[in-house]
Design a binder for this molecule. Structure first.
Ligand code: 72M
Ligand code: MG
Length: 214
């Protein structure tokens, strides 16, 4: 019977990556997606920008919207300080199941809380459920029409503090026009665009980094 793309990604990790070595998991997925089968991971080029933002922010609390197979989850968590926690939301059960195994292979299960459910349902519950005050860093990489409503929801739920960083993937391709318009024109954010390319291709894409000003 036919496997799914996430299942093929997990197989590539289990075949080519070293257990407990997050960077080898990242490398195995990038190799597979570059040479065998494209997939919507943030990828290595934008991944290096992601790494630099994570290293600069050195966050104690991270929220990721849209786990998919766990590529960026593992990439971010591999750079976090020991006490830091990453919560990642994924509503597709198949993707969540694969991501859990990718995260386990990387040896990062104790740093990552994968929540199976929709961002709109879960963002209002994160404080009470996980004892989170605010997030130091949010990585947005889920359905592009959810970036804006979920950002407004995070504001309303008091999950952002002065200095919280939002990092959004795909602001050019597929594109998130309503989010960009809002975040670039809001007096409550200071934004910066990092030009790059759509993962594993030559098409333009980029990350938008925004600081919440309170
Ligand atoms: C035209 C065109 C099409 C596609 C591309 C290529 C391209 C390149 C990229 O980097 C991309 O990130 C994407 C993209 O569409 N990403 C969507 C990612 C979804 C994952 O997140 C999950 N999810 C989606 N909404 C939610 C939600 N509310 N709560 C919880 N999980 C959610 C889904 O279950 C998936 O696991 C596409 C480029 C150009
Ligand atoms: Mg993306």
């Amino acid at each position: 019977t036919q496997t799914t793309r996430p299942q093929r990604i997990l197989a590539a990790v289990q075949k080519n990556a070293t257990r407990g070595d997050p960077r080898s998991v990242v490398k195995a997925i990038d190799q597979f997606c570059r040479h065998k089968e494209w997939a919507m991971n943030v990828g290595d080029e934008k991944g290096c920008i992601l790494d630099s933002v994570v290293t600069e922010v050195n966050p104690a609390t991270v929220l990721e919207l849209g786990t998919y197979c766990g590529y960026s989850t593992v990439r971010i968590a591999s750079l976090l300080p020991s006490h830091a926690k990453l919560i990642t939301l994924e509503f597709d059960p198949g993707n969540a199941a694969i991501a859990r195994q990718v995260i386990a292979w990387a040896g990062l299960a104790d740093k990552i809380q994968l929540v199976e459910g929709a961002s709109g349902d879960w963002i209002p519950k994160l404080k009470e459920k996980f004892g989170i005050e605010t997030f130091d860093l949010v990585f947005l990489d889920h359905w592009k029409d959810r970036y804006l409503p979920d950002t407004k929801l995070m504001e309303e739920c008091g999950l952002l503090r002065k200095g919280s960083i939002l990092l959004a993937d795909n602001v050019i391709c597929p594109g998130t026009p309503d989010y960009l318009e809002y975040i670039r024109n809001s007096p409550r954010y200071k934004s910066q665009y990092f030009k790059s390319h759509l993962e594993y291709t030559k098409a333009e894409d980029g990350l938008e980094k925004s600081v919440f000003l309170g």
